[in-house]
Design a protein around this ligand. Structure first.
Ligand code: NDP
Length: 336
């Protein structure tokens, strides 16, 4: 039976009089830092310099160099990119941690795959939002919260769970619910979504666009129909709210009949075997090893792939559709 925590499980007074040092002021750092401050907690930022430092200062935070912020922190939140975390941890975090402090991660990746081994004298906890940074802030402001995976990886002080739950409450996740999960499992599930579900879904999407394009339909109409009207995204939202089968009732009977009869033809798409392979590479640590090696050897493959993806025709298809519809692709006003 899984364990899920809500508002009543977290007590903010556990963090009263304590300083929370948010290391990194990017996607998660800004959102979580602001939420914790709005929850009445004492938050400082640790950053190495440049733009993010200025952004944090403009938002009214006291910003310190990373080692200094860690020395002040009773809770240290690791909100910098996972791939640079092990090096920063070894050089700037670990030597400056207070005894009995808590170190919090927003992802299980580094600890779960043994790239970081936090010292035994500190609590190691995780509050890992299932939400991108702007969503973490927006849903806090809206009063809805967002779901997370949480963990107590190591309890040095006897109060690691209380600290984790207080932090989770301050960040705003307990309003939606936080599910307890080992850090390694969080990392594996996250990688699988990125490496199997995402790409397989992308391939299905592209196949549909290509099929219609080859049949002579205008690309602007195809893109609007399949993706860019937002109808599909709305249906996904409804799937979450009422269920995959139940949401079919929101569609016409013509749509339902066609989908049920033709849908059967896609039942045996050969994706599961490939997904199992990807999962095996994740679970065995093969992917983590490969990614570490890539970083150490200068990221040539990564940079080539980034260049390559910019050449994909979907960039042009989206541009054309946006040009045809002046109401598409408008940016929302700046995150609150
Ligand atoms: P970002 O890429 O947004 O982090 C940017 C911050 O990291 C900036 O403050 C930047 O500082 C700092 N930084 C970058 N490189 C270095 C470095 N070499 N040394 C020191 N500081 C550096 O990270 P995210 O917010 O995306 O991710 C943070 C954590 O949250 C990760 O563990 C991630 O897995 C997790 N997470 C992220 C989600 C997301 O929405 N992106 C969702 C859920 C979890 P500077 O200004 O100096 O460059």
């Amino acid at each position: 039976m899984v364990e899920v925590f809500y508002e009543e499980h977290g007590d903010l007074s556990v963090l009263e009089g304590k300083t929370i040092a948010v290391i990194g002021y990017g996607n998660q750092g800004r959102a979580q830092g602001m939420n914790l401050r709005d929850s009445g907690l004492e938050v400082i930022i640790g950053n190495r310099g440049d733009d993010a430092r200025k952004a944090a200062e403009a938002d009214g935070f006291s910003v310190y160099d990373i080692p200094e912020a860690v020395k002040k922190g009773d809770v240290v939140m690791m909100l910098i990119p996972d791939e640079i975390m092990p090096e920063v941890f070894a050089k700037e975090i670990e030597p400056n941690l207070k005894k009995g402090a808590a170190i919090d991660f927003a992802s299980g990746y580094c600890v779960g795959f043994d790239l970081i081994e936090p010292p035994k004298g500190v609590d190691t906890i995780m509050v890992a939002p299932r939400m991108i940074g702007p969503g973490v802030r927006d849903s806090y402001v809206a009063g809805d919260g967002f779901p997370s995976f949480v963990a107590v990886h190591h309890d040095a002080t006897g109060s690691a769970k209380d600290v984790m739950l207080a932090l989770a409450k301050g960040v705003g996740t307990l309003k939606a619910g936080a599910l307890m999960l080992a850090m390694r499992m969080e990392a594996e599930l996250d990688l699988f979504t990125e490496q199997a579900f995402g790409p397989a879904f992308g391939r299905v999407l592209l196949s549909a666009i290509e099929t219609e394009l080859e049949a002579g339909y205008p690309i602007e109409a195809i893109m609007l129909e399949i993706l860019m009207s937002g109808e599909f995204a709305y249906s996904l939202k409804k799937i979450v709210e009422v269920g995959m089968i139940e949401q079919m009732n929101f569609h016409s009977q013509t749509s339902q009949y066609g989908s049920m009869t033709r849908g059967a033809r896609f039942m045996d798409l050969p994706v599961k075997e490939k997904m199992q392979q990807v999962l095996e590479e994740i679970r065995s640590g093969e992917f983590t090893k490969e990614w570490q090696q890539e970083k150490e050897s200068g990221m040539e493959k990564f940079n080539n792939l980034v260049k390559f993806r910019k050449l994909h025709p979907i960039n042009e298809w989206e541009k054309k559709t946006r040009a045809a519809f002046r109401t598409l692709g408008k940016r929302k006003k700046k995150d609150v």
